[in-house]
Design a protein around this ligand. Structure first.
Ligand code: TRP
Length: 456
């Protein structure tokens, strides 16, 4: 409570959008989206992901940001102050825990991206005339415990530095400069990818649905991907919303974030799959997919040496702006609720996240034979957070808004900063209402049931 009046806010209206887009756009779009789409058969998966994003993602995102802005609190404090209930406070708590686990494996992959800056600078990629050599090289690198844990540690340290610097100085400023450059670079990769000989097969893979490949599990993956890529369901967007001013327009901001995030994912998918098929690589290669593919693409383009360096720098920065949003959630919780200093919270929880992430890093080498429910430690951490905890968080956010806080109260708050939109387009209000009251909770619930085989 005491921190309430010294709480920081975003420096400008666009500050929130950029920082939230910075959180949303990251490895989820460029690394994860192509590889899960590849593992789940391509176009049909992509369509389901788009439907999930429109019907569930956007409405729940608006709700999540709104809970944050209405209370100016961390996830636990926000649910507590709107409901006074321990149960709902613990929903915020589940988010804080999910954030921890996500960051622990996310930072491992971000470390690969950091490591690839060095590979690019030292010109390693141009030593791979055969695509399979790039894949083997990646295998060698992640097989090395020192390489994988070292870059993971480096990435965590950088993340902790930025989060200590605080909301405006650290998070906002960085996002403003880097995001547009990343966007431009991805367009260049798309152009190179689709003009490669044999790229059509990759484009078809992304655009022509084969429904026979869709299972309950892949629908859950699509839903999980939609939540993951939008940073939703665990309070990151809630926390960023809590630094927003009451004059900002939440629905418009959310639409912008969804459009930016989704277009980057689709562009990344296009760049990767055209290249994967043109070079005869395997679309189901899993988490290594972009690290197998992109080095090969860089060798095939003029200026590839420079592009490869810039690309991995920007990918690392995109990962950083996402990682800071994850660490920010737990930091906000300890600063707001427990009166810790920002620095102490970051040090303690950054350190703990690193420890939790070590088994994920080791699942590519010394622990590669170890599995939980048939998944490696890394895949398990991803699965339980992305596909279970985030959609469950989204379900609870909709239920909270519709049945606990009350739709009327939520709408009255949402109206701040969005008066024109809400007064002139009542149909949008109706759509949002139907979605948070019925569509989101029911659909998420059905996807859960379907994925565990209830309907088979
Ligand atoms: N959305 C980010 C990405 O796509 C990852 C991320 C950041 C995230 N914060 C999150 C995922 C909160 C889930 C929840 O790379």
């Amino acid at each position: 409570m005491s921190a309430q009046n010294q709480r920081e806010q975003w420096g400008s209206k666009i500050g929130f959008i950029l920082a939230a887009a910075g959180s949303a756009i990251g490895l989820g779009n460029i690394w994860k989206f192509p590889y899960v789409a590849g593992e789940n058969g391509g176009a049909a998966f992509v369509l389901i992901y788009l439907i999930c994003t429109a019907l569930i993602g956007l409405p729940v995102l608006i709700g999540e940001i709104l809970i944050g802005r209405s209370t100016s609190k961390d996830p636990v404090g926000a649910f507590k102050s709107l409901s006074g209930s321990k149960f709902w406070a613990s929903v915020g708590g589940m988010g804080v825990i999910a954030g921890f686990i996500i960051l622990s494996f996310y930072a491992v992959v971000a470390g690969w991206s950091l490591g690839y800056i060095y590979e690019a600078v030292t010109g390693k990629f141009h030593a791979f005339p055969e695509p399979s050599q790039a894949a083997n090289h990646f295998g060698d690198l992640i097989g090395n415990v020192y390489w994988i844990v070292g870059y993971f540690a480096l990435f965590m340290i950088i993340t902790m530095f930025v989060v200590v610097a605080g909301v405006q100085k650290g998070i906002e400023r960085g996002s403003k400069i880097m995001m547009p450059i990343l966007f431009a670079l991805i367009i260049i990769l798309v152009i190179r990818g689709v003009t490669l000989e044999g790229a059509e097969a990759g484009i078809a893979f992304l655009l022509k649905p084969d429904w026979s490949l869709i299972t309950g599990k892949s629908i859950l993956e699509a839903l999980g991907q939609s939540f993951f890529t939008l940073s939703m369901g665990m309070g990151a967007m809630l926390t960023y919303g809590s630094y927003m001013s009451k004059k900002d327009n939440i629905p418009t901001s959310a639409v912008n974030i969804v459009i930016l995030d989704t277009s980057i994912a689709l562009l990344a998918g296009l760049a990767i799959f055209s290249s994967v098929f043109a070079t005869g690589l395997d679309p189901t290669a899993g988490p290594g997919l972009i690290f197998h593919t992109l080095p090969v693409v860089f060798t095939k383009m003029p200026g590839g040496y420079i592009f490869s360096i810039v690309f991995f720098i920007l990918l690392s920065i995109a990962a950083l702006t996402s990682a800071i949003s994850l660490l920010e959630v737990i930091t906000a919780y300890f600063v707001d609720e427990k009166n810790w200093s920002r620095k102490k919270a970051v040090m303690v929880f950054g350190g703990i996240t690193f420890l939790i992430g070590i088994p994920s890093a080791l699942s590519f080498n010394v622990l590669s034979n170890f599995s939980i429910f048939g998944l490696s430690f890394f895949d398990f951490a991803d699965y339980i957070t992305s596909n279970i905890m985030l959609p469950l968080g989204g379900l609870l956010i909709s239920v909270f808004i519709a049945y606990r806080w009350g739709f009327g109260n939520a709408l009255a708050n949402l109206r701040n900063g969005a008066e024109n939109l809400i007064d002139n387009y009542p149909v949008l209000v109706t759509i949002w209402k139907i979605s948070v009251k019925y569509l989101s909770p029911v659909l998420i619930f059905l996807v859960f049931l379907y994925s565990i085989g209830i309907f088979n």
